[in-house]
Design a protein around this ligand. Structure first.
Ligand SMILES: Nc1ncnc2c1ncn2[C@@H]1O[C@H](COP(=O)(O)OP(=O)(O)O)[C@@H](O)[C@H]1O
Ligand SMILES: [Mg+2]
Length: 265
């Protein structure tokens, strides 16, 4: 299902205008990374997709639904949002209950709930931890519980707000694996990230934001090659991309494979 955002503006009650005219279309099954400096408006933007925030001006459509005409509880059928901080999201006594809460709440029959929970736990490597209280887990695993509790709802659209922040290399790989699995299932995945290598390795489309507006939006290689524009929103291209630019490679490269291919030419 398409996400269509038209000239979206949003002002917080404090009077701060956090989004200043965002227009954006995301097609079904696209994997998009959103980058940009702190305070650029990334979280404010994605909170409009599941109705946590409503446009001050402009509109947000999730498929044929205008978010202003559907409550958060209904939008949850279409859009799953993994909070940056799992502690804002988790509340159940154990991992199994936490991951089952979403699909139960959507009113799915018990058998379907069981199947969804099992699948989400397996994907996030939590199958052995169903009886554990999320608060007895490390912050790394709490992150995975937050992820699992959204995956179990099987929404067409999944939003991850800074999933890799504060995570070790092993967990970053786990999260990349989950994103790859969601891609194979045809899910739309929108990920806010500060980790530019993670962005380069896992996303084909990159959106760079600054001060409530979109600076760049396009294929990862094109966007990540715009070193000067990215610098205005405090984003450095990946190291290999910068090295490629220094070397004067004709194509922008994102990873070792692309780098070596370009060098051989
Ligand atoms: N609840 C809030 N009330 C008032 N201002 C807010 C609130 N949340 C965020 N902001 C402000 O809105 C702007 C965008 O914030 P945010 O969307 O969180 O940016 P990002 O996710 O890109 O770091 C920032 O200036 C931030 O201080
Ligand atoms: Mg944020």
């Amino acid at each position: 299902m398409n996400i269509i955002i038209r000239d979206l503006r949003f002002t917080y009650p404090t009077g701060l205008e956090a989004l200043r005219g965002i227009s954006l279309t995301i097609a079904p099954g696209e994997q998009v990374a959103i980058v940009g400096q702190n305070g650029a408006g990334k979280t404010t933007l994605v909170k409009h997709l599941n109705g946590l925030l409503q446009p001050t001006q402009g509109s947000v459509h999730i498929g044929d639904w205008d978010t202003r005409q559907h409550p958060v509880s209904k939008l949850a059928v279409r859009v799953g949002y993994v909070f940056q901080n799992p502690d804002e999201q988790l509340f159940s006594q154990n991992v199994g209950m936490e991951v089952a809460f979403g699909p139960k709440n959507l009113g799915y029959p018990a058998e379907k709930v069981d199947a969804l929970v099992k699948d989400a736990l397996a994907l996030t490597e939590l199958s052995e931890k169903t009886e554990t209280n999320p608060y007895d887990l490390s912050s790394t695993w709490r992150k995975m519980v937050a992820l699992a509790s959204i995956i179990s709802m099987d929404t067409d659209i999944v939003i991850l707000d800074e999933p890799t922040t504060g995570q070790d290399a092993v967990n970053v790989r786990r999260i990349a694996h989950v994103i790859a699995a969601l891609r194979e299932r045809g899910k739309t995945v929108i990920t806010i990230t500060h980790d530019i290598d993670f962005c380069a390795e896992n996303f084909e489309r990159v959106i760079a934001m600054s001060q409530g507006q979109i600076l760049l939006d396009g294929p990862a290689n094109e966007v990540l090659g715009q070193e000067e524009i990215l610098a205005t929103t405090y984003v450095d291209p990946p190291q290999l991309t910068r090295l490629g630019l220094r070397l004067g490679l004709k194509e922008t490269v994102r990873n070792q494979e692309e780098f070596l291919t370009a060098i051989r030419k």
